[in-house]
Write a new protein. Sequence first.
Lengths: 442, 312
Amino acid sequence: MASKKYDLVISNGRVIDPALGFGKIADIFIKDSKIVKIEKETAVTKKEKSSLAKDQLIDATDKLVVPGLVDIHVHLREPGKESAETVLSGCQAAAAGGFTTICCMPNTQPRIDSQETVKFVQDRAKDAPARLYVVGAITKNIEGKELAEIGDLVKMGAVAITDDGHYVQNPEIMRRALEYASMFDIPVMQHAEDQYLVDGGVMNESYQSARLGMKGAPAVAEEVAVLRDLALCRLTKSRLHIQHVSSKGAVEAIRRGKAEGINVTAEVTPHHLILTDEEIGKEFNTNLRVNPPIRTEVDREAVIEGLLDGTIDCIASDHAPHTEEDKDAEFDKAPPGMIGLELTLGLIKTFLIDKGFLSWAEAIRKMSYVPARILNLPGGTLADGSQADISIIDPDKTWTVKKNQFFSKSNNTPFIGQKLSGLVSATILAGNIVFDRNKELN
Amino acid sequence: MSKLSSRHLLGLENVPRQDMELILDTSVTFREVIDRTIKRVPTLRGITVVNLFYEASTRTRISFELAEKRLSADIVNFSTSTSSVKKGESLRDTVQNIEAMKIDMVVVRHGSSGAPYFLTQCMDANIINGGDGAHEHPTQALLDMFTVREKYGSLDGLRVVLVGDIKHSRVIRSNIWGFKAMGASVALCGPSTLLPYEVEKFGCDVYTDIDEALDGADVVNVMRIQLERQKSGLFPSQREYTNLFGITKDRLKRLNKNYTIMHPGPMNRGVEISSEVADSKNSVILEQVTNGQAVRMAVLYLLSGRKEEEGS
């Protein structure tokens, strides 16, 4: 007979909750979609566990049990380009990647710049296996000209605003956006690349763009954009979040801004932490085309350093699905972006944890607790009473990225064929198992 | 050594010197064919070559076409103005359709860097890069090298100056790799706004003063300055460009004796080069054009894998 005291117990895993400073083998007890308690096994709990039905007990021996991961930068393509991703397929990809909370960007077609579009996307996510929070547009139709009805967006549930994909080029509009958003205590998320300096560049400006004869998007375009926005943020005493930091100059600018007390946060993607522009000339792989572009080894080292010293607060994937047809093109004609939700964990484990840059606890903190705090989202912790959003990770499981393995509707990633270590084995959302890799295999 | 190490010619960067020498040596034979009364050999009989031109081109296209005809190849010309590319067909679909027509070799001119590499991933034909974006234009550089070698016997130790829009020129990139591999020293000269970022990593001397650049040089290869660059603000006026970088007779005094003036065409006379210089006895501009056919014949022949007896 099933126990009524608990709905689900995750047994004997190594529980890591960086927010609580917790990191030992323990059991997690869940009731009514909430975490009731985390305890080391005792005679009492052993007995409690033995009274559970088979489907109420997850054996997490040799696994890591962590707060459900949070990705605050994801592109779903619904409405407008459902062949690349829908809200549901994006949430399935999230669950398979260990993410229980994701935030979608507003550059859909139509843009998420009205209550109707916010509600449409929220409705699509109703039965999805991840919590979806909507980020609304800063300006109407992401044209950078007039503020969107930000109050309306927030009222409908938007947790932040961004024109992501586009920099708010006009400094006056950006100033007003920061001022206006501060009324609602939401951050303005900025895609910081000055478009005049980018000037149609398709890869990082460096010797690599010089030898390939490709139009370069200079790193200074990001640095200039960040410096301007730091000044505006200081002026308006508002909250600024710099998306996908990619360059040394931007890291240094943010570091100085934080030291000065400016209320700025920042994220970095796995690809900017791992890849450099030297990859592009090898095969002109259009899956390496991304905005901002992957840059030089100097930049890569700088964003890692920024992540380690807290200048960059968190990791976000910038999951950007595109269909195979759209990516199967000349390098400069392919749309920018790569998918990330199902790869982030394995990439961070393989390239940052295994290489000694981050501990598991630090990595999990930057992928759950910290991003949740930046956008004031619930989650990111396993504290008693919190929602039971949990990821179970097989920490040293090695696997190879395959083109046909994705829950995402797209497979545009340059990491196909990459051997990784660390794989999500199950994801629990509000106490329900929404992803179980063992079942996927059967 | 009588075979190239690759079955495509995508660019000259990383092409071994022996390959370039083989192409230049083979070109000598074909150069002789062009001077015959009957300018035709049966070498590529039965081989079908497609000239796939996604960008406007006069001289490169005609030069390849004549080279193919003189080798007795069957030719199909494809340019975007007359094709279904206008109807939105992707590059992969276009080339796969062309390949389904059983063709053997493709000469491709395309506005995107890397497009010839893309073709090697979609089809089995031998691919010859006829110019891709601002990346490479290997046959142009090979004909430049051939022309210089004909005059001096060797490229070793020569000082070659490439003048013009270094940033946007595919001819310059291929010239850099080709001349350097053959033992010449290469200098680049142009306005600082038309030098690519980190230009020093090409391993060439870089100048923004034309007189310094020309000092002690043997070969000056002058590039066409595209007038649209002025419109996008990369230099203030044509007049100022001519004053600062135009190759005029006065500026030639600093060159070594027996110097050579080159231009890949089409020329803006009176802008990057004066007519006096372009038409002078040291100018090999028209020889470049003639030699282009021979070099392209050599490239087509060597990549086709044909042995001489097969064709005859």
